[in-house]
Ligand binder design. Structure first.
Ligand code: SIN
Length: 175
């Protein structure tokens, strides 16, 4: 598979070489802070929350598609498998690129039922959990801010991400 789709940390930190990069839309999926993180942005005793893709026919998720050298794809995926080992599995998604091309891409999805899966909750609960967690890759709040910033820079609207960011800012101000 020559395309890799990133919708979370892979947007701001792909960590692999690529030949081309494009905004890309995955129809029928939404981005949600529903996956627990015990190895990057949290700890087993205090999991953080990171994004996964959740099936929803009415929604779509915009992220970045990277075209990689087919000769390097296997090694890139093996490294991503290690990085995304906290509950994510490879799967294929269909994408529409900014120039209207349709491509199949490999992405990492944390499905319900994996040991770290947390699922949805009230925004207040998600925001508090994010503000309290940190792990080997840094603070969970930093992950949310980076994601919100890179989506803003790319001109991508995501009410779930921006709503959580605003809520965290309010909580930090004591509101
Ligand atoms: C992704 O970035 O595409 C997967 C989720 C993450 O690592 O944040």
């Amino acid at each position: 598979m020559a395309w890799i789709f990133g919708y979370g940390s892979i947007i701001w930190n792909p960590g692999f070489p690529y030949l081309e990069r494009s905004l890309a839309r995955a129809e029928g999926w939404k981005r949600r802070f529903w996956q627990g993180s015990t190895d990057h942005r949290g700890l087993p005793e205090r999991p953080g929350r990171v994004v996964t893709l959740v099936r929803d026919r009415r929604e779509s998720c915009v992220g970045l598609a990277y075209r990689v050298d087919p000769a390097r794809a296997r090694l890139i995926c093996e490294r991503l498998d290690v990085r995304e080992k906290g509950g994510y599995q490879r799967r294929e998604v269909e994408l529409q690129l900014a120039d209207s091309r349709r491509v199949q891409a490999l992405t990492y999805v944390a499905r319900p039922g994996n040991p770290d899966y947390l699922g949805g909750d009230r925004p207040q609960v998600l925001a508090r959990q994010i503000l309290q967690a940190s792990g080997p890759s840094g603070q969970n709040w930093d992950y949310l801010q980076r994601l919100a910033q890179v989506l803003r820079d790319l001109g991508v609207d995501d009410p779930h991400v921006f709503g959580l960011e605003s809520l965290c800012q309010r909580l930090l101000r004591g509101g």
